[in-house]
Design a protein around this ligand. Structure first.
Ligand code: A3P
Length: 304
């Protein structure tokens, strides 16, 4: 755990550490010292928890529902990924430098846990919107992500066992969740869940607009909900990553298919409980016990 003397949780609160490649160390130092601005909006989440979905919502809400720009400009350019360079072997992008030159208000995406965010974040206090999702659906979605984007060749069982051992990129899931859950009452933090977005998107839109200090009519929110619907996002090339991932060997990539071999879709199934179709009852029980044990040990109440 990483102590952070300036965190609102106090000097004794130990942030979770994070499973990342060793080569990231130097880069993480740069992130630690990255200059945060008061009017930044940080979209924070563990991987595969609906980050893209909430980013598109946040960006549109904070940009007076500018659908024209949202359609023209890729989400990753409007809402850059802070630690992208970690995943770039050649380190040619220099994302942090690019971000420091973005006009305000900046919208910044990160999967890093609280303890690895820029230290400025706790004193400057920009708006932070955290998106969480049930762990089993997250893990299954992560498995498919690894198969499609990272050429993972192992079995699903092995992947999920590694997830349970907290040895997957960005692990541990529970600690990531717990740190932001602890911060949820901070004035500059909004804690959302994938499940609430699925069950009542309009309520989430109202809550988020209030948090961002925006006011939209019911009709405007209905239109935004339609733009954010699974079917619309799946066929929207600004958010479905088909442009980004059309690389050699991936020619078959097609936003409308997710299960055919050699084809992928970032916006894949978009349901609550998709793990039930793929996890064995034994694995489900293992995951549930794992979360229960974590809760017992840490006094948390994360849904298994
Ligand atoms: P599944 O793989 O379970 O379908 P992230 O953006 O954090 O990587 O999360 C990706 C997950 O969010 C995927 O989950 C994807 O399908 C889902 N998702 C993206 N847009 C969505 C939408 N508009 N409605 C519901 N789910 C969505």
């Amino acid at each position: 755990p990483v102590p952070n003397p300036v965190s609102p949780l106090g000097p004794d609160y130990k942030f979770e550490k994070c499973f990342l490649p060793v080569k990231c160390k130097k880069f993480l130092e740069q992130i630690e010292n990255f200059k945060v601005l008061k009017d930044d909006v940080w979209g924070v989440s563990f991987a595969k928890t609906g980050s893209t979905w909430s980013q598109e919502m946040i960006w549109l809400m904070n940009n007076d529902l500018d659908y024209v720009t949202a359609r023209e400009k890729q989400l990753f350019a409007r809402f850059p990924f802070v630690e992208l360079d970690i995943y770039d072997e050649n380190n040619t992008r220099n994302t942090l430098e690019l971000m420091s030159r973005l006009p305000s208000p900046r919208h910044l995406k990160t999967h890093l846990p609280a303890g690895l965010l820029p230290k400025d974040i706790w004193t400057v206090k920009p708006k932070i919107i955290y998106t969480a999702r049930g762990v089993k659906d997250t893990a299954i979605s992560y498995y498919h992500h690894f198969v499609y984007f990272k050429d993972y060749k192992g079995s699903m069982q092995d992947f999920l066992e590694t997830f349970l051992e907290n040895k997957i990129l960005l692990s541990p899931y529970h600690g990531h969740f717990k740190d932001f859950w602890s911060l949820r009452h901070e004035e500059n933090v909004l804690f959302l869940t994938y499940e609430e977005m699925k069950s009542d998107l309009m309520a989430v839109l109202r809550k988020t607009s209030k948090f961002l200090g925006k006011s939209y009519t019911h009709e405007e929110l209905l239109k935004l909900a339609e733009h954010l619907s699974f079917d619309t996002m799946k066929t929207n090339p600004s958010v479905n990553f088909t442009m980004t991932y059309k690389k050699p060997g991936n020619e078959n990539c097609d936003a409308n298919s997710f299960d055919a071999k050699n084809k992928f879709s970032f916006i894949r199934k978009g349901i609550i409980g998709s793990h039930k179709e793929e996890m064995t009852p034994e694995l489900i029980e293992k995951f549930d016990n794992w979360t229960r044990e974590y809760n017992l040990k840490n006094g948390t109440s994360i849904e298994p």
